[in-house]
Design a protein. Structure first.
Length: 153
């Protein structure tokens, strides 16, 4: 059996992860709310309606999932992919700078991307639906036979 999170979270670590999830989750709900109201056309005709729909659902639904700590690694992975697309399709082609006080920067999507990687790596903490439903500190993935066979090549 493989445990994705095989370490116990302390109370302070869990409070830190809770604060992170609450703030970032609320930010994504607020980012996704106007998009989910017009999910296939919030960017006009510049981007495929399917990508616009995916971003709207991921930002709004992923924000809710982060807020309550439900399927946190999955939600964080989807949001990370969303941020990669935001960087690759919007910010970098426009030539945005990392930090630009005059506007046009990619600081926020990059920070969100790194935060999602951190949540994937650390898990949601004790104060989450994941901990309530799946145990206080473990997300269990069954190990297949292929994982246990030594590589003979």
């Amino acid at each position: 059996m493989f445990r994705l999170y095989s370490f116990p979270w302390t109370t302070w670590q869990s409070l830190g992860l809770l604060a992170l999830r609450l703030v970032v989750g609320l930010a994504f709900i607020l980012h996704g709310l106007p998009k989910i109201q017009n999910p296939m056309h919030w960017m006009g005709d510049k981007v495929s309606p399917i990508l616009q729909l995916a971003a709207a659902v991921v930002e709004f639904g992923g924000g809710i999932a982060l807020l309550v700590g439900f399927l946190t690694p999955f939600a964080a992975a989807l949001i990370a992919i969303d941020m990669i697309f935001a960087l690759a399709l919007v910010h970098l082609p426009k030539g945005d700078k990392f930090v630009n006080p005059a506007g046009g920067n990619f600081e926020l999507p990059l920070v969100y991307l790194v935060l999602m990687i951190a949540l994937i790596a650390t898990g949601p903490g004790r104060f989450s639906l994941d901990a309530l439903l799946f145990g206080s500190h473990n997300v269990v993935i069954e190990r297949s036979e292929a994982w246990s066979k030594p590589n003979t090549a």
